[in-house]
Design a protein around this ligand. Structure first.
Ligand SMILES: *Cc1c(COP(=O)(O)O)cnc(C)c1O
Length: 392
């Protein structure tokens, strides 16, 4: 059976926990998104922007000096860092903006924590000439001043949210409130494989180009399928983007790397798959970081793009069904991963991506015979260089 099912569930996860006022719209979105999958003109337009604007296909690069260092692993890097704006997020925002246009919406809203999804949304809106408003916790507005400036440069309005902890989850609540009020002309862009049905499947399908390309490229280079796929997990979109095309290739092992932050035994991490409990966030049921009394626990990671307290429902399902394995890497190890790739390949990865790189060292020690692995190089590290300078 192909997942999600008709109600948007991946096993017990997913679904649609939304205010009544949004139900009709979500049903509309589901129906339109489904019809656009086989709409040749839409697909052609999407492919056009992926190729001519974002820079697809991205390279699948054989990292020889990194592989020599690891000894037991032959590593290929799927270079999403080479895309316009420096990460995979643009695949999704381009897709959703095109869906919004098809639905006749003229105004786009989104929330952002670190600002990266906000920037990718502002980019796609500037490209298409759509009005764009980004909700952001007041605290994050301060911390991510450069991304706020980028969004404004591209014509977006950034709305600081002063309620609650003034971070991502508060921005999320405000964005949904706005959406409920303005559903007539407004489209809400979610940045990862999270949220109410059909967002997780929609974002997955827009990001699945990563794995489709990588599978083809790998078959040409190696004449077989890889032994492992490896990707970092925030909400899980770059990982699901890579994994999806390999779902039925049962021999290909998938590993998602969460952020262990200051350690899984502290409160300071972003690892709901390792430590979370089942709950509802962003309108869908998944694993969530929660305090003992059931409140959302604030996530921490050195990588701002990983500190989301939830995870996409399809990953929760992959973990439960055993299709993928999920591990965690802490802040300190991530910095070592960032240095490792910088020094062996001359590629400075994003701190998010550095979690996946760091796990290679552990995987290299575990494998019994020489194995091949594709790592999703989700983004480039230019944005992080200033913040880690003091730490190193
Ligand atoms: C946002 C981001 C992530 C985390 O998001 P996912 O939805 O888990 O992919 C990972 N890497 C980079 C570079 C990002 O910008």
């Amino acid at each position: 059976m192909s997942l999600p099912d008709k109600t948007g569930h991946f096993g017990e996860f997913g679904g649609r926990y939304a205010p009544e006022t949004l139900m009709a719209l979500l049903e509309d979105l589901e129906r339109i998104f489904h019809s656009l999958k086989s709409d040749k003109a839409f697909q052609k337009e999407f492919q056009h922007y992926l190729k001519e604007y974002a820079g697809r296909p991205t390279n699948l690069y054989s990292a020889q000096r990194l592989s020599a260092h690891l000894k037991t692993l032959k590593v290929y890097l799927k270079r999403e860092d080479l895309l316009h704006t420096g990460a995979h997020k643009i695949n999704n925002t381009l897709g959703q903006v095109l869906v919004a246009k098809k639905m006749g919406k003229t105004r786009i809203i989104a929330e952002t924590g670190a600002g990266q999804h906000g920037v990718a949304t502002a980019t796609a809106c500037a490209l298409m000439g759509l009005q764009c408003e980004i909700y952001m916790g007041a605290e994050d507005v301060e911390r991510q001043a450069l991304n706020v400036f980028r969004m404004k440069l591209m014509g977006a309005k950034v709305i600081p949210v002063e309620s609650g902890s003034k971070t991502l989850k508060d921005a999320m609540n405000e964005a949904i409130r706005d959406w409920v009020t303005n559903v007539q002309n407004t489209f809400y862009i979610i940045g990862s494989v999270a949220g109410m049905h059909p967002y997780p499947v929609m974002v997955r399908d827009f990001q699945a180009v990563i794995g489709r390309e990588a599978r083809k490229q790998f078959l040409i280079k190696e004449k077989k399928l890889p032994d492992y796929l490896l990707a970092c997990i925030g909400g899980g979109s770059n990982a699901m983007g890579l994994f999806h095309a390999f779902y039925t290739d049962k021999k290909v092992k998938m590993i998602g790397v969460e952020a262990a932050g200051c350690g899984l035994n502290t409160q300071q991490h972003a690892a709901p798959l390792a430590k979370g409990k089942i709950g509802v966030l962003h309108g869908s049921k998944s694993l969530l970081m929660q305090t003992p009394d059931g409140q959302i626990q604030i996530a921490h990671s050195i990588a701002a793009g990983l500190d989301y307290p939830g995870v996409g429902p399809e990953h929760a399902y992959y973990q439960q069904s055993g299709r993928a394995e999920y591990v965690a890497v802490n802040d300190h190890e991530a910095i070592k991963g960032l240095k490792l790739l910088s020094q062996t390949e001359g590629i400075i990865p994003a701190l998010e991506t550095a979690h996946a790189i760091a796990y290679l060292e552990k995987l290299a020690k575990k494998v019994k015979k020489k194995s091949t692995v594709i790592v999703c190089l989700s983004g480039r590290g230019d944005k992080d260089v200033a913040s880690i300078k003091d730490l190193i």
